[in-house]
Design a protein around this ligand. Structure first.
Ligand code: FAD
Length: 404
């Protein structure tokens, strides 16, 4: 059956590193590839390499549960993710690649009247800035998600919820490949299996990177390496306020369409959606201790399944098909770092915790502007590295559900 695919053109040229680039981006995840694309498309900077120690899209960009939303309480997080959401809405056309962005809506469940008040407060804050959301009664939730146990004697009775209709999911590999192909068409080099082992400096300024495939010169270097960020920053003596943790997810065997929204629990860290193939995707909490490997423990998976069955008892017949993990770079305030550094010509995009997929197009767009202009773009101003010294942190915690 595969014979018919033999003559397909290669999506990306297989390039070897050149001696020198204007910009080197470390990390061929969603953020690094998107930044390279916008550098070329919007700023005309095409002498760019995106370098990855593994394969294109082998990191969190293709390990995440693909939730895209902008329903944040904190104005800075909301503005950033809303910019991203607007870019998501035109991304398949922009890249000429179907990223399967599906605006199926995200429903945050509330299990107490206090939580309903909190949702109303967040919804009002969103509405003030033009991001539409709607509170749902239990009856409306039942109608929209009939499989949910909405009975009053459920383990965590549902009292109501909130929906952001424009939120949804996307196909993660397609996002990586879409940006990669579009960037490569504009002249960007995407170099796989090339680990950055050092960052070369001269007179306090970046001059390139040392890699497992030799030295590569660069006038500017950007780190977009998610779980690899701390180790890379240490190469220039920078200690980032980040910890590596493992986040796991799992999928069931595929079934016919049974769930056409993303649903999040209001008590435990748990959320669920259904892929276009029919698998139910379950996400939950961090493993709870520092970890830089992608091998996880069973208890977080058991907790996910337990919560799933309290909400959707009828899914108990399904078999789990597989689980996996990704190393997430957790920042101390739960918000990202998008910033210049103390090293001239070195920029950092990190600390996206468990919520960076939704930001991918905006993170790329803003990082590209930062690199191209050497000035902090408006949307990045709240997220500079110096906020941890000044105490001007951007903490969404306490204002809503966890930031997947
Ligand atoms: P990555 O794809 O991880 O890219 C970083 C790249 O850097 C990697 O490919 C790595 O190989 C490379 N690298 C690292 N060190 C080096 C080095 N020394 N040299 C060269 N290359 C290097 N976010 C959401 O918004 N919604 C969700 O539903 C969601 N769910 C998640 C579920 C799970 C299980 C996980 C693990 C994460 C989830 N996230 C979610 C978070 C999201 O996936 C990340 O925040 C985001 O993907 C990080 O950006 P990235 O795509 O650029 O990272």
């Amino acid at each position: 059956a595969l014979r018919g695919h033999r003559h397909w053109p290669q999506a990306l040229p297989d390039v070897s590193p050149s001696e020198r680039y204007d910009v080197v981006i470390v990390g061929a995840g969603g953020h690094g590839l998107a930044a390279a694309y916008y550098l070329a498309r919007k700023h005309g900077i095409t002498n760019v390499a995106v370098i990855d120690k593994g394969w294109l899209g082998g990191g969190n960009v293709a390990r995440n549960t693909t939730i895209v939303r902008s329903n944040y309480f904190h104005p800075a997080r909301r503005a950033f993710t809303e910019h991203a959401l607007k870019l998501w809405e035109g991304l398949s056309q922009e890249l000429n690649y179907n990223v399967m962005f599906s605006q199926r809506g995200i429903i945050n469940l509330a299990h107490s009247s206090g939580q309903i008040d909190e949702l109303a407060r967040r919804g009002n804050a969103m509405s003030v800035s033009g991001v539409v959301t709607e509170l749902l009664s239990v009856e409306q939730i039942r109608e929209r998600v009939p499989l949910l146990d909405t009975s009053p004697d459920a383990r965590f009775p549902i009292k109501g919820g909130m929906i952001q209709h424009r939120a949804g999911t996307a196909r993660h590999d397609a996002v990586a490949w879409g940006y990669a192909r579009a960037a490569a068409k504009l002249g960007v080099h995407i170099i796989q299996n090339c680990e950055v082992t050092g960052i070369a400096r001269s007179n306090g300024k970046v001059v390139g990177v040392e890699t497992s495939r030799g030295k590569i010169g660069a006038a500017r270097v950007a780190l977009a390496a998610a779980g690899g960020s701390s180790r890379l920053a240490e190469m220039v003596g920078l200690r980032l306020p980040l910890e590596n943790h493992l986040l796991q997810a799992c999928v069931t065997e595929p079934v016919k369409p049974v769930l056409d929204s993303v649903v999040t629990h209001g008590v435990h860290n748990f959320y669920i959606s259904q892929t276009d193939k029919g698998e139910l995707v379950l996400g939950g909490d961090l493993d709870g201790y520092n970890n830089s490997t992608s091998v996880g423990d069973l208890p977080p998976l058991e907790a996910m399944v337990r919560t799933c069955l309290t909400l959707f008892p009828s899914l108990g017949q399904l078999r789990l098909m597989r689980s996996w993990g990704g190393v997430v770079d957790m920042s101390m305030d739960g918000s990202p770092i998008l910033s210049k550094t103390s090293v001239d010509g070195l920029y950092i995009n990190a600390g996206w915790c468990y919520g960076g997929f939704k930001a991918t197009p905006a993170a790329g767009d803003v990082l590209a502007e930062l690199i191209a202009t050497d000035r902090t773009p408006e949307l990045a101003k709240p997220f500079t590295l110096d906020r941890f010294a000044s105490g001007r942190v951007v903490a969404e915690e306490g204002h809503g559900p966890r930031p997947w």
